[in-house]
Design a protein around this ligand. Structure first.
Ligand SMILES: Nc1ncnc2c1ncn2[C@@H]1O[C@H](COP(=O)(O)OP(=O)(O)OP(=O)(O)O)[C@@H](O)[C@H]1O
Ligand SMILES: Cc1cn([C@H]2C[C@H](O)[C@@H](COP(=O)(O)O)O2)c(=O)[nH]c1=O
Length: 205
């Protein structure tokens, strides 16, 4: 079963993932992330830091996804493992249309077409949602920030996420990221357990 965690910067993904490691330890999940599960992710971070052109950046995010699927996601799913990824393809579908606005006429179908035929669809996606000003106020001012981490961009990214969630309500679970950390993690851990139980009781396709 493939579970993904999505949300704008500062929504609490890293905090949640750290707690899920403890709460779901008995299920022995494979925890992973995009970008960064493979060395291609290092190139992506470099491209973002150097503000390379947005097409190069988008294609590097896609290349990182392809390497991630090939080296980690597919092998783990083939072994029947629970995989939990901190960001995945929906990050591309939410962030890159904002970055590519004015560069491509219609970025989302272009991005989706790049993923067609080889990407693996998540079984469940938890989207952490909160007012953008709360997310920005949570960001560590001492840390070097990616250029995405600006309120104007993040507001548009979150709108894109909410549109994706509304279009696919059986996969997405929208979670109020203003709730207490423990409440967010407890709720998502319970939902993942329920999903794992039902996927194990279903014959494999
Ligand atoms: N539910 C919550 N309530 C209040 N504060 C929270 C909550 N979840 C996380 N935080 C705090 O918000 C800050 C940002 O959280 P975190 O680093 O987990 O976000 P993130 O989504 O991983 O951000 P990024 O995408 O920038 O890495 C941290 O200081 C964290 O302690
Ligand atoms: C996977 C992916 C990520 N991004 C953006 C979102 C964040 O601002 C950074 C990743 O940093 P984090 O430490 O995970 O917060 O990259 C993106 O624009 N497109 C993507 O596909």
């Amino acid at each position: 079963m493939l579970v993904t965690i999505e949300g704008i910067d500062g929504s609490g993904k890293s905090t949640l993932l750290a707690r899920l490691r403890e709460l779901l330890a008995d299920l022995d999940p494979v925890f992973t992330r995009e970008p960064g599960a493979t060395w291609v992710g290092e190139s992506v971070r470099r491209a973002v830091a150097e503000r390379m052109d947005p097409i190069t950046e988008a294609l590097l995010f896609c290349a990182d996804h392809a390497a991630h699927i090939d080296t980690l996601i597919r092998p783990a799913l083939d072994e029947g493992r629970l995989v939990i990824s901190d960001r995945y393809s929906d990050s591309r579908f939410a962030y890159q249309p904002v970055v590519l606005d004015g560069i491509l006429p219609d970025p989302l179908p272009w991005l989706r077409a790049i993923h067609d035929g080889w990407s693996v669809r998540p079984d469940r996606t938890f989207l952490l949602v909160l007012p953008v000003e709360d997310a920005v106020s949570r960001l560590d001012p001492k840390k070097q920030r990616e250029y995405f981490e600006n309120a104007g961009i993040l507001a548009r990214v979150q709108e894109n996420y909410l549109t994706l969630a509304a279009a696919d309500p059986t996969r997405f679970v929208v979670v109020d990221a203003l709730l207490e950390k423990e409440e967010v993690a407890g709720f998502i851990a319970d939902e993942i357990r329920t999903g794992v139980r039902s996927s194990r009781s279903r014959p494999r396709a």
